[in-house]
Design a protein around this ligand. Structure first.
Ligand SMILES: [Zn+2]
Ligand SMILES: [Zn+2]
Length: 169
């Protein structure tokens, strides 16, 4: 994700528009369906480089209840401070970092760390495949959206057995 915009960005007030259409940078910890696309405009604001724009990507996220993966579209507004410094080894911990994001790889502008951090913080922490997802059976692991298992029947049987013994008394 490299751009030859460095000579422009080192100028005061220099700006560059970067079209994004690339593989999602590694290190986010979830799967993606297809590339990340969008546009990021970089502006030299004296002490930092401001990055503004939008990114679009489809994450394959597991449901919190049934663990089934399904595509979740992320439409991300980018508004970050960056600095013309070397991108080091990417780490997921960097996502919480309030430091301006480095965007330099040798002598080219490299937006991969910016894009990685912006996507990482925009992954929804909890989500369901549908509001009424029935989840997994805690006994046998059956996905209850796809059908019920015999564990349910046994539990019902036990309850009826208890009720029956009460009635018998
Ligand atoms: Zn689910
Ligand atoms: Zn079961």
């Amino acid at each position: 994700m490299q751009y030859g915009a460095l000579s422009t960005l080192t100028q005061p007030q220099g700006r560059a528009t970067c079209g994004v259409d690339s593989e999602v940078p590694v290190g986010i910890g979830v799967e993606f369906a297809g590339p990340v696309t969008g546009t990021i405009e970089l502006v030299n604001a004296a002490s930092t480089i401001l990055a503004r724009g939008r990114l679009h990507v489809i994450a394959m996220l597991p449901c919190d209840r049934c663990l089934e993966k399904r595509p979740v579209e992320l439409d991300i507004v980018v508004n970050e401070e960056c600095r013309l410094a070397q991108v080091d080894q990417p780490t997921v911990e960097g996502a919480e970092d309030a430091e301006p994001i480095p965007i330099l790889d040798a002598d080219t502008v490299d937006l991969s760390e910016l894009v990685r951090q912006v996507i990482a913080v925009n992954i929804p922490p909890r989500s369901l495949c549908r509001p009424d997802c029935r989840g997994l059976c805690p006994h046998c692991g059956q996905n209850r959206n796809e059908g019920s298992c015999s564990c349910d029947e046994e539990q019902v049987d036990e309850r009826w057995a208890g009720l029956r013994s009460l009635l018998d008394q």
